[in-house]
Structure formats: structure tokens, C-alpha cells
Design a protein around this ligand. Structure first.
Ligand SMILES: NC(=O)c1ccc[n+]([C@@H]2O[C@H](COP(=O)([O-])OP(=O)(O)OC[C@H]3O[C@@H](n4cnc5c(N)ncnc54)[C@H](O)[C@@H]3O)[C@@H](O)[C@H]2O)c1
Length: 334
């Protein structure tokens, strides 16, 4: 399946195909130098399979994990590009999860003021979410994604077979984002997930939702905020939990207080099926403190997405106290 992201001259195709990684040259222009960036948690066979299809490739590997998404790794990718004599006509290819995609995309956006970037996402989260939309970034001074650029890839290649090596908890982490998008924007896809459809259907359905949002609001001026459903409380939980929970797990729990009763009744069993949390043991005071510092805080009120029903949402502003009341209503005193 090919999904076109229609952004004029920045438009590109997202290819979803089992085994596609072994035919990367069919979808990417690899008749030039390609710096392939990956991390040491991604099975190396994936980067090697892409390299085998390049005229002249070099694989650059950095240590896995969010801690690597920093200025040092970014500079080391630029250094590898220079050492490899990468020119303006060459390209960078990311092979890995959202960390690899975000940092390689930022390196591609800035090396020689921008060279071609291709993305081969290999986690479910990166396949349904981070590889689409052109947000690239690194973390800096302890702040996530604070330095970056909007820079669209030339193409994205999603090979669902790469998920065979991904641990179940990482699958669930990606499912949280897919469930989030279906819950707000696609009642039909949500119904399919409820009935237990296969991963490929979930990937294609999520891509279409994200594609539509990105096409309507490339630079996150308004509608793209729907993607933040569950994130206001989720970010609070993530900060308060001190790294013990995955992002998707925090978003899963963070969605619950922002739902109508009817929407919550359908959402909870789906999250539970993927072992995702629907409540949270972190103290509400800690969540509150983290929320107040949330970058989305504007003039005392925070933009939040409320789920009125499956497939129907409202974006509104709420005070931290208003959000606390929702947390108490959903979870009692925590
Ligand atoms: N750009 C965006 O729009 C956007 C959206 C959401 C999230 N993000 C970013 O994405 C990042 C999180 O991405 P993630 O959840 O993919 O995490 P990740 O990139 O850290 O990958 C998770 C782990 O899985 C390993 N891995 C990757 N592919 C594998 C495979 N096929 N088999 C086995 N192991 C594999 C990695 O080595 C890593 O240890 C965060 O930095 C977040 O800020 C960006």
C-alpha cells in the first residue's frame, strides 16, 4: 500500500509492504552516497539490508535510547557525514525507531542546509506516528525535542516484518498512539481495533489519520493539536514517573480522565488488551507540577483535547485545576 502525503513540492510517499526493506532501492533513490543511521538496539540486519541496495553506503550506529537523542550524537552524525564526503546530492537514511528518525531527520535538515532524507521506521510507534509529518528534533538541556526543524522526508518505507523482533512492551507503546488517533478521528478504525484486526490494518489506518492531520496543519498551528489527546496528563505522568514508564503507557493513562463516560467505557478494554495502564499510581500533586511546566501552558490555561465520543473530539482550554478535577473524577484521590 502507498499513502501519498500531499504537501506540494514537499510531498512524499509512505510505502507499507511486508519485505519492503529488501527492495529499498525501488522506493528510494540510492544511486548515490547514503549515510545510514541506526542505533545498537535495532537488529543490524535491517540497516545492512538497506545498505546492500545502495551504490555507496556507510552505516553509522549510536547507542540506543532517548539519552542518545542529544547534541553530541547529532554532531557525531554530522561528522560521519563529513568523513564520508556526503555532498548536497547525497542522502541520509534512518533505520530505527523514533529516536533514530528524529535525530537523523534533524541532521539531514541541517547538513549543508538540507539534504535528502529517507526514513525506514522499525518500531510500531515510529511506523504509526513519528515517521510521518516531518517533525525532527533533539533533546537539549534536559528538555525534550527543544531543538529541531520541520523537515519532510523524501519517502518513508514501512516494513511490518521488522516488528517481529520488537519486544511486546514496545508494540503496546506504539499501539497507545494508534488507539489515540483512532479514538479521536476514526471510529471505523477504532471498531476494527476493538474487534482485533491485524497490525498492517492498524498501521495503514493510523498513517491515513496522521497524514490527513499533517496535510491540514503541517506546522502545528491548530488541528494538529488533536494528536496531543492524552498528552497533557500523559506528559505529567511521564515526568513524575521518572523514566519508569514508556511514553505510550503515559498517554494511555492520560487519555482516561479526558473522556466522556461513553468513550471511556469503550477505550478501557482496548487499552487493557495491550497491557496499557488506564490509571496511574503517581501522586496527583506531582502530575500537577509537571503539567504546570508543560510547554503547552498558555496564560494559565492549557490546550486540551476532550474525547466526546469515539471519533469525535473537542479542543478547549482548561486550567490545571480543571484538569485536576477530571483526574479526581476518573481516579479518585491518588
Ligand atoms: N517526530 C515526531 O512526530 C514524533 C512523534 C512521536 C514520538 N517521537 C519521538 O520518538 C521517540 C520514541 O520513538 P520509539 O518509541 O520508536 O523509541 P526508540 O527509537 O527509542 O526505539 C525503542 C527501542 O526499540 C529498539 N528497536 C527499534 N526497532 C527495533 C526492532 N525492529 N526490533 C527490536 N528492537 C528495535 C531501539 O533500539 C530502542 O531500544 C522519542 O524520542 C519521541 O520524542 C517523535
Amino acid at each position: 500500500m502507498i499513502v501519498r502525503v500531499d504537501l506540494g513540492e514537499r510531498g512524499y510517499d509512505i510505502v507499507v509492504l511486508r519485505g519492503a526493506i529488501a527492495q529499498a532501492d525501488k522506493y528510494f533513490d540510492l544511486c548515490r552516497r547514503a549515510l545510514i543511521v541506526t542505533d545498537d538496539g535495532v537488529p543490524e540486519k535491517y540497516a545492512k539490508a538497506v545498505a546492500a541496495k545502495c551504490k555507496d553506503a556507510k552505516i553509522f550506529t549510536f547507542p540506543q535510547g532517548e539519552a542518545s537523542k542529544n547534541a553530541d550524537t547529532y554532531l557525531s552524525i554530522l561528522k560521519a557525514a563529513l568523513d564520508f564526503d556526503l555532498s548536497r546530492a547525497d542522502c541520509i537514511v534512518a533505520v530505527g525507531g523514533g529516536v533514530v528518525g528524529d535525530i537523523s531527520g534533524f541532521a539531514a535538515a541541517t547538513y549543508m542546509r538540507g539534504i535528502d532524507f529517507y526514513n525506514v521506521p522499525t518500531t510500531l510507534l515510529s511506523q504509526v506516528d513519528s515517521s510521518i509529518g516531518g517533525k525532527t528534533a533533539i533533546d537539549f538541556c534536559g528538555i525534550k525535542n527543544i531543538v529541531g526543524a520541520f523537515y519532510q522526508p523524501k519517502a518513508v518505507l514501512i516494513d511490518p516484518d521488522t516488528l517481529d523482533t520488537l519486544p511486546r512492551r514496545q508494540i503496546s507503546n506504539g499501539m497507545a498512539e494508534a488507539i489515540k488517533m483512532a479514538a479521536t478521528s476514526d471510529a471505523e478504525l477504532f471498531g476494527l481495533i476493538e474487534r482485533g484486526c491485524d497490525t498492517e490494518q492498524i498501521i495503514s489506518g493510523s498513517i491515513r489519520i496522521k497524514r490527513d492531520v499533517v496535510q491540514a496543519d503541517e506546522r502545528e498551528a491548530g488541528l494538529r493539536r488533536v494528536l496531543n489527546f492524552g498528552h497533557t496528563i500523559g506528559h505529567g505522568i511521564e515526568a513524575a514517573a521518572g523514566g519508569s514508564l514508556y511514553h505510550g503507557e503515559c498517554v494511555a493513562a492520560g487519555m482516561i480522565p479526558m473522556c466522556s463516560d461513553a468513550a471511556r467505557a469503550r477505550l478501557m478494554p482496548v487499552l487493557e488488551r495491550y497491557d496499557l495502564p488506564t490509571s496511574c499510581a503517581v501522586g496527583s500533586e506531582k502530575i500537577m507540577q509537571a503539567m504546570i511546566h508543560d510547554k503547552k501552558a498558555e496564560g494559565g490555561a492549557i490546550n486540551v483535547v476532550l474525547l466526546d465520543d469515539i471519533g469525535s473530539f473537542t479542543i478547549t482550554k482548561q486550567t490545571p485545576q480543571g484538569i485536576m478535577s477530571r483526574i479526581k473524577a476518573a481516579w479518585g484521590d491518588i
